[in-house]
Write a protein that binds this ligand. Structure first.
Ligand code: DQA
Length: 147
């Protein structure tokens, strides 16, 4: 089984960015945690991060036929990007939406996701653990589906 983990804008700044909201764990450390979990489950991981919406779209377009599913933290694009929504509608890859923070307990503009209704499910509010919970849920979903 192979999954992609796609991270959106400013997640490269994790560790120093608004630590009272996002904690002090760097994205590279979250990647290490996810890769360790994936190795235990014999799952391959394709990891990426971009600050650019067009590149984010192209990363998702590239998933068709190359991975079984995806973990996606679209960061601010979650709340703004019809382009990312359209790509997920076009590509139709099973994905779990993850967020470090509980977006539903934050400012009004963050409480709505343009992607969530397309996701298998959403994990938000558990810090770096959101990625591991999302990973486990995605793998379980794909196994149930016979993937
Ligand atoms: C985030 C939440 C978003 O609202 C925000 O724009 C981010 C990070 C999270 O992981 O909590 O950049 O996706």
């Amino acid at each position: 089984m192979k999954i992609a983990v796609i991270n959106g804008p400013n997640l490269n700044l994790l560790g120093t960015r608004e630590p009272h909201i996002y904690g002090r764990t760097a994205l590279a450390e979250i990647e290490r945690l996810v890769r360790a979990r994936a190795a235990e489950r014999d799952v391959q991981v394709a990891w990426s991060q971009t600050n650019h919406e067009g590149e984010f779209v192209e990363l998702i377009q590239g998933l068709a036929g190359t991975v079984d599913g995806a973990l996606i933290n679209a960061a601010a694009f979650t709340h703004t990007s019809l382009a990312v929504r359209d790509t997920l509608l076009a590509v139709r890859i099973p994905f779990v939406e993850v967020h470090l923070s509980n977006i539903f307990a934050r400012e009004q503009d963050r409480r709505h996701s343009l992607l969530a209704d397309l996701a298998v499910g959403v994990v938000a509010g558990f810090g770096p653990r959101s990625y591991l919970l999302g990973f486990d849920a995605l793998v379980a979903h794909l196994v149930d589906r016979g993937g």
